[in-house]
Design a protein around this ligand. Structure first.
Ligand SMILES: NC(=O)c1ccc[n+]([C@@H]2O[C@H](COP(=O)([O-])OP(=O)(O)OC[C@H]3O[C@@H](n4cnc5c(N)ncnc54)[C@H](OP(=O)(O)O)[C@@H]3O)[C@@H](O)[C@H]2O)c1
Length: 266
């Protein structure tokens, strides 16, 4: 019997399916529903899991039902699900910006609702996943889902008020970091390395630094100080970053993304 269902198998739906399978779920414990035909065929063939268009079937076999459609498709889906959801089902919404109160206003105040905010790295089991629940979800159900999601990355239980901050931090954060990486590759090319070697080196510099930080359990500023010798090259470069208010710009970028997430939230 399927335990988990996903409605919507786009980018995030597929990432969750991949993560769940890698985490040890059997193919027959996952079922999905996807409106786009070619996408449905691709998911079925690639992951060998079954699908259904029938939401009544889906709610009767699966306990945990992940909603992974775009927020603009949510209302229609929630209205179709509303008469079918029973106290056996736990609705797990991954839809950005949709508050639990909005979901419950359509699904019914008795519906068990968990809200998660994952990022795409769940596909490689290195995601960051915020989670919160309404009071209808019992401890056993909540712990089961947390434990399941822990196989896909770092699970952080948060008050719902912090979900917009998490959207900025874990959702947009990777893009900010990649923007820095682009700059680093361009700097390498400017200094004469080929684009390919600049990229390969930048990748290793970043992964090596992260590994070192983790293995020595150091705060970034402590490790950075270790690399900054008096009168050396690093301090001269860092002085430029300070002059350009590098850290301030990063903080402002996150704050702006959070404000945008709050504005889009309903
Ligand atoms: N991508 C991310 O990094 C990320 C991160 C956090 C949260 N999320 C959330 O995850 C959700 C999905 O995002 P995504 O990037 O995966 O979007 P996506 O690639 O567009 O995937 C959604 C899929 O669901 C299908 N769909 C729409 N209505 C459906 C229905 N009633 N039943 C079954 N399938 C349906 C869509 O088909 P059509 O294209 O034909 O409509 C599409 O194939 C969004 O709410 C988003 O906020 C995404």
């Amino acid at each position: 019997m399927a335990k988990v269902a996903l409605i919507g198998a786009g980018n995030m739906g597929e990432a969750l399916i991949r993560g769940l399978l890698e985490a040890g779920f059997k193919e027959d414990e996952i079922i999905f529903s996807e409106v786009r035909d070619e996408r449905r065929k691709y998911i079925k063939e690639r992951y060998k899991i079954s699908d259904t268009k029938d939401l009544a079937e889906l709610t009767s076999i699966a306990q945990y039902i992940f909603l992974v459609v775009k927020p603009q498709d949510a209302e229609e889906l929630l209205e179709s699900l509303s008469p079918l959801v029973t106290e056996k089902n736990v609705i797990v919404s991954a839809m950005a910006g949709l508050k639990i109160s909005t979901l419950s206003s359509i699904l019914g105040e008795d519906a068990k609702v968990i809200r998660i905010m994952p990022n795409l790295s769940v596909a490689v089991k290195e995601g960051v996943i915020g989670i919160c629940r309404n009071r209808n979800v019992n401890n056993g159900e909540f712990e089961f889902l947390k434990k399941t999601l822990q196989n896909l990355g770092l699970v952080i239980e948060l008050k719902e008020e912090l979900f917009d901050a998490l959207t900025a931090y874990a959702g947009s954060g990777p893009a900010f970091f990649l923007f820095f990486l682009e700059g680093m590759v361009e700097a390498g090319v400017k200094m004469g390395f080929s684009k390919d070697s600049a990229f390969k080196m930048a990748e290793k510099i970043v992964s090596g630094t992260m590994k070192l930080m983790a293995s020595e359990n150091l705060h970034p500023s402590i490790l950075r100080e270790k690399i900054t010798s008096p009168g050396g090259t690093t301090i001269w470069g860092l002085a430029i970053l300070e002059e350009k208010a590098f850290k301030g710009a990063i903080i402002k970028a996150f704050e702006k993304a959070e404000r945008r997430a709050r504005k889009l939230s309903v």
